[in-house]
Design a protein around this ligand. Structure first.
Ligand SMILES: [Zn+2]
Ligand SMILES: [Zn+2]
Length: 165
């Protein structure tokens, strides 16, 4: 879901100790079929809604950040509930600029279908990507896939963060 407009969507972990609210639509939603995501989820792919960190607001709880190995070697910081340890979002090598919110932790995950399937070269063989959905063997160039509004939103946000740093 990347259309602009009012958005206030909540989510949380399994034990309800951590609750959060997303104050904007996702910049983009990735369905990632890489083997790392398969291992981390124990499932066939990960579904992540990318969103500016400051637009993900904690309502309850104090999540913990766990450093986790990643394919690039740079590592991934996974934010988890301190009690039930469910992963809520993660960051890759950008400090805490953009969060990859685990769509399955949202109260209405069906509102966030994937905009693009990535790393389909390692997808499980039985996973069939619906025709007409954008899919790439590994990764993509941002300006070829992201909606213009999301590109503009991210660069405005980065400029603002830079100015206040
Ligand atoms: Zn929990
Ligand atoms: Zn992945």
């Amino acid at each position: 879901m990347t259309e602009t407009g009012e958005s206030s969507i909540e989510g949380g972990c399994a034990c309800k100790a951590v609750r959060y609210r997303m104050h904007a639509p996702a910049l983009i939603v990735h369905c990632c079929h890489c083997t790392w995501c398969q291992r981390e989820t124990g499932a066939s792919f990960a579904l992540n809604a990318m969103i500016e960190a400051e637009r993900v607001v904690l309502l309850e709880g104090q999540p913990e950040v766990i450093n986790t190995p990643s394919d690039s070697g740079a590592g991934q910081r996974v934010t988890r509930c301190p009690k039930c340890k469910i992963a809520l979002w993660s960051n890759y090598g950008d400090g805490d600029l953009v969060r990859f919110v685990r769509v399955g932790t949202l109260d209405e995950p069906g509102r966030f279908p994937p905009d693009v399937h990535i790393f389909t070269e390692s997808k499980q063989p039985w996973v069939v990507i619906p025709s007409g959905q954008r899919a790439v063997a590994r990764f993509y160039k941002r300006d070829e896939v992201w909606p213009k509004s999301s590109i503009e939103r991210l660069s405005a946000y980065k400029a603002k963060r830079l100015a206040s740093a």
